[in-house]
Ligand binder design. Sequence first.
Ligand code: GAL
Length: 817
Amino acid sequence: MTSYNAIITWGWLVAVVLTANCRPVGVTAVPKDDDRTEFNVGWKFQLGDDSLAMAPGYDDADWRVLDLPHDWSIEGSFSADHPAGNAGGALPGGIGWYRKRFDVPENAEGRMLYIDFDGIYRNSEVWINGHYLGKRPYGYSAFRYDLTPYLFSRGEPNVIAVRVDNSAQPNSRWYSGSGIYRNVHLVARHPVGVAHWGAFVTTPRITDEHALVIQHTELENLTGEPQQLTVVLSVFDNQGQAVGSVERDFQLADSMGVLDLLLEVPNPKRWSVDSPVLYHAVTTVKQGNKVLDRHVERFGIREFRFDVQGGFSLNGVPTRLHGVCMHHDLGALGAAVNRRAMERQLEILRTMGANAIRISHNPPAKEFLELCDEKGFLVVNEAFDMWRKRKTKFDYHIDFDAWHERDLRDLVRRDRNHPSVILWSIGNEIREQFDSTGITITRDLVNIVKSEDTTRPVTAALTETEYGKNFIAQAEVLDVLGFNYKYADYPRLPTSFPGRPLYASETTSALQTRGHYEPEHDTLRFWPASGAQKYVENGNPDYTVSAYDHVAAYWGTRHETAWSAVKSADYLAGLFVWTGFDYLGEPVPYPFPARSSYYGIVDLAGFPKDVYYMYQSEWTDEPVLHIFPHWNWNAGDTVAVWAYYNNADEVELLLNGKSLGSRRKEDGALHVAWDVPFEPGQVKAISRKSGQVVLERTVNTAGPPASIRLTADRNTVRADGQDLSFVTVEVIDKEGNLVPDAALLIHFSVDGPGEVAAVDNGYQASLEPFQDTKRKTFNGKCLVIIRPGTKSGVATVRAHAEGLADATVGVKMIVKR
Ligand code: GAL
């Protein structure tokens, strides 16, 4: 049994030593971390290289003005000629420059000033007032530079210049985006205080009465003089109430000192999937009565364990990981970080019943983890898709030797206070799995992780299921083993890898286009695709794949097969389906113009495919009944009608009021189906439990398009220039039925304080730009994303299509102070 309820042994030793020195003090309000200011607004940008652009006096008057986060690739046009290929989304890379003039902020006077970049894709180089600060190759790492020595005094403008080089392509197997696509902050700090990512909060002992909270605190002293300090640690609960505080005197003689502070939180509320309660740990570094530094960390009180035979448990409750893998792009918004867009993804996945995310295959945006903390998702935080052996010609294998230690260490230090993170993954389908260098590199990477965090297990997503051929497993240092695909091998995993907790790190890779349906015999031609064959032969001319659960990549399986295999294998802690959402790039099984993936349970625009309801019926207790396909067919067609359901014994299907019989899920199937000779009208499904009706669902034959229906996911948003309203656009007939094949061009406009941020329709081979105010509906639907301005008011979103009356929806924008 492997237990990860943290560092109990040393935790209690420290407790014994420190309790004597810690004095509890009374605290009343939650202080704020006031030294960080967003630094996103008013940058200048130029696509293309210019070796002089780092010079402070460089003339950038003609450059475009924009706000970060920014992804220039998503603004480009799709083309088969971009070197990223369609695997990279068929969008441009290249070299770009960003510059910004700024005055030293008021709060920086007499303090250190740092700049924090949350992520730049990729090969960023940064200059301040012409001084070179450094380079960061990995596009997913967060990093900080010290600006202090090069700053002019207040009143004299400083210039920061950033060169981003994403020209050597392909460097990724999926869409990466290009530019400063994550947030940037300025941080003003006293030279004495908590070091960058230097506060690590753990909760090694939790009972119903008390939780022991230990903060391992690295204190930095850049003054060159010894400092006599008082350090206060206060913990606040989710209501903002102080629930404990300790203070300690500390002599910081050198440039760095380490202090473990501990206290007990009474009656702790545990962080869990259903109740993700968060606490704050506030560190105040004082000299006498003067506050030098205040540092805030958010954390959760929870314990979990992976058992060799028993799977996973959270706070002692056996919990299966019902997970999905996710890439980082946000569909039509590209890679540019947007909190609301990520939140929407998580909301859609939660409604489906998912409780876990594998962030594949790179460090995430920190906002994504914050959202996972807030919404109760369990996270596998993954560092790399390759080590020294490449997967694409210009990928991170080039930087691995020089940078892996820094990148991995930084990832762990940045993310180790997130209660959502339960596993560190050192890599996905790493090629060194197959040779003995895998042993040494695995040991090196695991050591790096463990030197920063021993409270979480380390894993990797493996493919080789024979121990003798798997050199990563042979390193014997991974705590938990993940296996991708190979579901037929699951039964032998416990004997091949004895003593190791196991989970299915990646499954399925089924292929589907939302709203497109073909009889099973027509989809069989997809199955034979093999390693020798890059693209499917004789695919559909419109690059669609049927949305019945029939088709998968040759290394994957249908959704039902994969989930059934994991469901019955109780020695697996759970699974991560490839993927939750469609993503840009990797459009297996088609060549260009296909440019986004077919793997998602949800399409790129955020519209669920039918199989979403299979998971919902399996992973939630909410009553589910979902029937498909649409009911617009030709006379003479025989149509397979499927139903996903739960909480019922059987489902009856009726065609135009005539019963076609009841069906129950049998032989392990997770759906029921009828072959129905088409006649126009209505199909109706009724689920029943013990003879009582649970749910009814109908699908009607739709008439011609009569109007447009607009549905905003939120009719009120914050007027902060960043919040978003996602408006679903449906072409409906005069009875309100979705017209399932409608492909109408819809024009959008916004009256009032907002604008169209992007459009999409989830069609994997659409070459229409995302950054536009018009979109064709695909299988009846499209999406318009509305971004508020910074003024309160009501924006009226208008949709216009030729021959139909305009439709409108109001979105209220509210300035929150
Ligand atoms: C896996 C890989 C993923 C993705 C997937 C597509 O083998 O780990 O990154 O490429 O295949 O099926």
